[in-house]
Ligand binder design. Structure first.
Ligand code: MN
Ligand code: MN
Length: 470
């Protein structure tokens, strides 16, 4: 009879069998921390130069062309290693590198969104009231309205003039630029407001942006204050009031991205959701060399309003792009899609001890815990989710562990507390295997959100490992 092996100690057993929770800092070397800090310098520069979906696409096109990507031509025959991009109306973009196998065994997709919660204008926005000039707005995405008052705002966007020419606008970002703001009542007179529930204390019609207070010098003329603003806009951009009808103007927080904390471990900025996944997904494809399967990074618009519309992923634009790639290789698009895999790269909630009652601590994602994996999203009994298949979760686990990617798994919050969705289901509905993976965020959807530098870097490492897997 063989000799019985010495019994394992409880400590050894625990190490082997249990799932320990350890701060990510202790799982990585100082060298990795340094790499994370360095990576985030590039990320902060991206945050400051691309605050809207259009600016993010412009950024991606420039970066892609520098790395040898060319505009996609569906009639062209591509060879392994060729790099292409498809710019969808300047608001969404697909970038692809043709794999050694092409797309016959499926493609690998990383999909992030580049639209952020913000303040849009109504079609007829301009008015004056008590000798001040304002813009009426219609907010975009899920915001807590009170957070958007009494902060500096910048104006970004595009205006299509009557003659069809377009004007780009960006005011409030350069030093010395004027900025804008939505005013709030002083606490001394805020008794009525303070008595209201948070959700109804501010209405959409309260969010008007202050843009001026001086009239044209003529005491007889009507709308002299509004006219003075239009006079300035006409001088600068050659536009008239009616041109604001054919415009997409977005007011966003005028803050710059900045380090947070004495240890500089965090980044505070507007619009981490979801540029904190978009930037790593872009960097992952820019730095991907000779993939086996064709890899695609999709940076999409309209996630924050439900992905509908022709620049959102509930439309066909990504499917058409993949179909064109497939057909150029003589493959049936639906067969390619059915074998494809995808990381739905979107943020998740980071556990916040001040609101502990909204989270389930054991199944939450934590700052510095690494890339956050969510097997499913949705609300009220997983409503509206595409619950990833265990086999695909298993595959991603192996890829991440083999590549030294720090990752964690969690849910957004407590089961009955609410919930949310991502683009995952729209891609999964094409018969693609999809898993939600992204960076944990504090103060998500606030004008100023916070993420961990280590987690941002792990997003890059994770998405790259997914593309590089043999
Ligand atoms: Mn998001
Ligand atoms: Mn969001």
């Amino acid at each position: 009879m063989a000799k019985k092996a010495a019994a394992k100690s409880a400590k050894e057993l625990a190490e082997e069998l249990l799932n320990p929770r350890k701060n990510g800092f202790f799982k990585v070397s100082d060298e990795k921390i340094e790499k994370a800090d360095k990576f985030c310098e590039g990320y902060k520069a991206f945050l400051d130069s691309a605050k809207t979906e259009r600016e993010s696409v412009d950024y991606a096109v420039k970066a892609a062309e520098k790395h040898g990507f060319v505009p996609f031509d569906p009639k062209h025959q591509y060879a392994p290693g060729d790099k292409v991009y498809y710019n969808n109306r300047g608001k969404s973009i697909c970038l692809a590198i043709i794999g050694k196998e092409g797309c016959k065994n499926g493609v690998r997709i990383a999909a992030a969104h580049i639209d952020n919660p913000r303040i849009d204008l109504k079609p007829i926005p301009l008015y004056e009231s008590t000798e001040m000039v304002y813009l009426k707005t219609h907010y975009y995405g899920g915001i807590k309205k009170y957070q958007w008052t009494a902060i500096p705002l910048a104006m970004h966007g595009v205006i299509i003039k009557r003659d069809g020419t377009s004007v780009q606008v960006c005011v409030g970002e350069e030093p010395g630029d004027p900025q804008f703001t939505i005013t709030d009542i002083l606490p001394h007179l805020g008794q009525d407001q303070a008595a209201k529930p948070l959700g109804s204390a501010f209405t959409g019609e309260d969010l008007n942006i202050l843009i001026g207070s001086r009239p044209v010098r003529d005491e007889e003329v009507k709308d002299a204050y509004k006219l003075n603003v239009m006079r300035i806009l006409n001088e600068k951009y050659g536009i008239v009031e009616a041109d604001l009808i054919s415009a997409e103007i977005e007011f966003v927080p005028a803050f710059k991205a900045t380090d947070i904390g004495f240890d500089r471990s965090l980044v505070g900025a507007y619009g981490h959701d979801d540029r904190v996944c978009a930037y790593p997904a872009l960097e992952a494809i820019l730095n991907c060399k000779n993939p086996v399967q064709t890899v695609i990074t999709v940076l999409t618009d309209k996630e924050e309003t439900g992905s509908d519309g022709n620049t959102g992923l509930n439309s066909e634009y990504m499917r058409y792009f993949i179909a064109d790639l497939a057909q150029a290789e003589g493959e049936e698009p639906r067969h390619v899609l059915s074998k494809s895999t995808c990381i739905s790269a979107d943020v998740t909630a980071a556990y916040d001890p001040h609101y502990a009652s909204a989270y389930e601590a054991q199944n939450s994602c934590y700052i510095n815990g690494g890339l956050g994996v969510a097997k499913y999203t949705g609300s009220r009994g997983k409503g509206g989710t595409s619950d990833a298949n265990a086999e695909f979760v298993g595959k991603i686990r192996r890829i991440f562990d083999d590549a030294g990617v720090l990752w964690q798994i969690g849910e957004l919050g407590k089961v009955d507390q609410g919930g949310g969705g991502t683009v995952a289901k729209y891609i999964a509905n094409l018969n693609v295997d999809v898993l939600d993976i992204g960076v944990p965020v504090l103060s998500m959807h606030a004008p100023f959100e916070v993420v961990s530098k280590l987690d941002v870097y792990m997003a890059y490492k994770g998405f790259k490992a997914f593309f590089d897997e043999k």
